[in-house]
Design a protein around this ligand. Structure first.
Ligand SMILES: [Mg+2]
Length: 220
């Protein structure tokens, strides 16, 4: 069987859109009556809570409260909806070349998985986006309560694909130490720098573009 390939999401299959995220959080701040820059900082500072535990509305409520805000339920719902729209927008922004690579891998019989350190709105938006139907399994940190580089999340993805972790190839930009985590869990690791050079010290095969992946897998 062609080897299962497990991808990271942000900065691997789609752009991470870091500045757009900050802009949206600033707009959310105005909706709930707190200072935009302060809410942006609070979002960054609570990344682990958000990707492991909190849902979208909970995040808004907790962080606005910490900043002295007292938003109504309706204001919280409006801000949460604004954040959900961002997730839908980002997941819809996949390059046609990326979709073509995934389709080519599927046509060659590679089972495809996804592991994303992601907050609740991304997991909620995933099923309706253009990527979901191309994947056999998707594991989000917010749904399983563990995150990369914990080996447990790689094993969870392999299990959902019905294969051993050691049979899988992991492809990611390298944020959050995900490449070392994948190697520790027994996967074969390929770094991509197409969207961002997140782990420049990584030694091992790397792709400048995802388009190089099918040929690299063919040689492996
Ligand atoms: Mg990434």
């Amino acid at each position: 069987m062609p080897r299962p390939v497990i991808f990271d999401l942000f900065h691997t299959l789609i752009d991470g859109a870091d500045s757009e995220r900050d802009r949206v959080v600033g707009e959310m701040a105005l909706m709930v009556g707190v200072e935009p820059a302060a809410l942006v900082d609070a979002y960054h500072a609570t990344w682990r809570d958000r990707m492991l535990r909190w849902d979208v509305a909970e995040t808004v409520l907790v962080l606005a409260g910490r900043l002295g805000g007292t938003p109504t339920e309706e204001q919280v719902a409006r801000a949460a909806a604004h954040r959900r729209e961002l997730a839908t927008r980002l997941l819809g922004r996949v390059a046609p070349e990326t979709l073509a690579v995934l389709d080519a891998l599927r046509a060659d019989g590679h089972p495809l998985g996804l592991i994303s350190n992601a907050t609740a709105e991304t997991a909620e938006a995933w099923p309706a986006g253009p990527l979901a139907r191309r994947f056999d399994a998707a594991v989000f940190s917010c749904e399983v309560g563990v995150a990369k580089p914990d080996p447990a999340i790689y094993r969870a993805a392999a299990e959902r694909l019905g294969v051993d972790a050691s049979d899988c190839v992991f492809v990611g930009d390298g944020a959050d130490g995900e490449l070392a985590g994948a190697r520790a869990a027994g996967l074969t690791v390929i770094r991509t720098t197409e969207h961002r050079d997140s782990d420049p010290d990584w030694t091992g095969p790397a792709l400048a573009s995802l388009g190089e992946l099918p040929a690299l897998l063919g040689r492996a």
